[in-house]
Design a protein around this ligand. Structure first.
Ligand code: URA
Length: 248
């Protein structure tokens, strides 16, 4: 909160009252800015720079963190703007006032679980390799990878001269020409899952992220999102590296 803000908006963001009620308080002369009573509605303030008091008590700008789990559809970019004019994931959120951003990325053609937040610390914790937050994907790959190749992927293979960390892979379904696998990894290298399967000669045809840790989409349909509660957030860090795959 550093850009100028209407006084009533600032008061409501700080949890004093709704914007309309805050306007009443201002009109009643109960609010001061830098020691002066303000009764006009057009007053703009810079939070953190000016001192605002309500009924003699300082109003402190407290940041409200919000955590959103979106089931990202294919065809959406996970950046906040796109020079090519493709749709951006935040356009799927309606009525969210906070400026949230995606935690990590999903490719344009990947769908599934995407976290968005305005809490930089949480985003950092999720992305930092030391926390080993697991990500589980469902990958439909070309052909039928032999067990030995799957084991190689699980142990770690060289990708761009660096060995991948251990992964867990289950075969979910063998189709006529493709295989659907569920893979859990705890790294977040760019296009990692696609590169891993490419490396064993079985390129990914379709990719979907099912979960962060034990936080799953849990019935959230494509394009829909939900605001996460504290209890759900904890599931992200649940150190069950080998997330129990459904249907496996
Ligand atoms: N791995 C990929 O290859 N693509 C994604 O979008 C996510 C993980």
């Amino acid at each position: 909160m550093t850009s100028p803000l209407r006084l009533q908006k600032f008061l409501s963001r700080c949890g004093i009252a709704s914007r309309r009620k805050a306007e009443e308080y201002i009109a009643q002369g109960r609010v001061t800015v830098d020691g002066k009573v303000v009764t006009c509605m057009g007053e703009q303030i810079i939070p953190g720079k000016q001192k605002v008091y309500f009924d003699g008590k300082e109003v402190v700008a407290e940041e409200r963190f919000i955590y959103i789990l979106l089931n990202k559809p294919k065809g959406y970019v996970t950046t906040l703007s796109d020079p090519q004019g493709r749709p951006i994931v935040t356009s799927l959120l309606s009525g969210i006032q906070e400026r949230v951003y995606p935690v990590g990325r999903l490719d344009l053609d990947t769908e599934g679980a995407l976290l968005l937040t305005n809490d930089g610390n949480l985003a950092q914790s999720i992305l930092h390799p030391s926390h080993e937050v697991t990500k589980t994907y469902e990958a439909e790959v070309k052909g039928h990878p032999p067990t030995a190749s799957i084991r190689r992927l699980e142990k770690g293979i060289l990708l761009e001269k660096k060995k991948t960390a251990p992964a867990r892979i289950r075969v979910k379904q063998r189709g006529k020409e493709t295989t659907t696998m569920v893979i859990t990894i705890h790294e977040g290298r760019k296009r990692q899952v696609k590169k891993m399967f490419q490396a064993i000669g079985h390129p990914v045809i379709a990719l979907k992220r099912l979960a962060y840790g034990q936080l799953t989409l849990d019935g959230l349909s494509i394009g829909k999102y939900k605001i996460l509660q504290q209890k759900e957030l904890q599931k992200i860090f649940s150190h069950n590296f080998l997330y129990k795959h459904q249907n496996s």
